[in-house]
Each structure stands twice: as structure tokens, then as C-alpha cells.
Design a protein around this ligand. Structure first.
Ligand SMILES: [Zn+2]
Length: 117
């Protein structure tokens, strides 16, 4: 049972300049060190690392994420993470800023083919 501990060990998880919920809750926008990270609510919900979601993932049965899942709140936890709340009522996830940046980069690379420009 080997958990992914990269984020916990990341020393460069700088606090963002700003965090906003955009597109009626569908996108988290994080300004960090001159870069703008945009992460879909469904991506974030699926990437939740709370105890319940981690246990479900380890059991091979991750929670289903509805395609219309939206963010309902983003609250800072100290200076290292956000607590995100979702429209399905799930609000236990703690998302370190470094982890959010990783998710944004991963999402940007997988979303690239969708850009018609
Ligand atoms: Zn969770």
C-alpha cells in the first residue's frame, strides 16, 4: 500500500497570488508566480485526497464524478493548501498548492488537442 507522497514532500508549493472560482463553479483559477492555472471542477473532485477518497482509490473503486459537478467554495488552509467544496456535498478534500499546480499542468497537457486554434 504505497501512497503518492510527492506533494507532501514538495518544498516549492508557493502560495498563489489569488484563487477564484469561475465559470459558475466549473473552473478553479489560480494565479501563481505569474502563471494562471485553470482546473476543471470535475478534475478536482476526481483528484480529491481526503481519507474517504484515498481509501476508495486504494480499493480500486474511486467515487464517480458527475459531469456537472461544480465548486461551491474554496477556503485557504494556512498558507499551503485549499479546502474545496463541491456541489455533490463533498467538502473534505485538502488540496496543497503544489498539488493544484500539478493538476493544472496535467490537465493542460491532456486538454491541448481540444483547442481548435
Ligand atoms: Zn474526498
Amino acid at each position: 500500500m504505497q501512497a503518492d507522497v510527492r506533494t507532501a514532500a514538495a518544498p516549492d508549493a508557493a502560495a498563489p497570488d489569488s484563487v477564484t472560482i469561475a465559470a459558475a463553479g466549473r473552473v478553479l483559477v489560480m494565479q501563481q508566480a505569474g502563471a494562471q492555472h485553470r482546473i476543471d471542477a470535475t478534475t478536482l473532485r476526481g483528484a480529491c485526497r481526503c481519507a474517504a477518497c484515498t481509501a476508495a482509490n486504494l480499493a480500486g473503486a474511486p467515487a464517480a464524478v458527475a459531469p456537472d459537478t461544480r465548486l461551491t467554495a474554496a477556503a485557504p488552509i494556512g498558507s499551503y493548501a485549499l479546502n474545496l467544496a463541491f456541489s455533490d456535498g463533498h467538502a473534505r478534500g485538502v488540496f496543497p498548492f503544489g498539488y493544484l499546480a500539478e493538476l493544472a499542468v496535467a490537465a493542460a497537457s491532456t486538454d491541448a488537442p481540444e483547442q481548435a486554434a
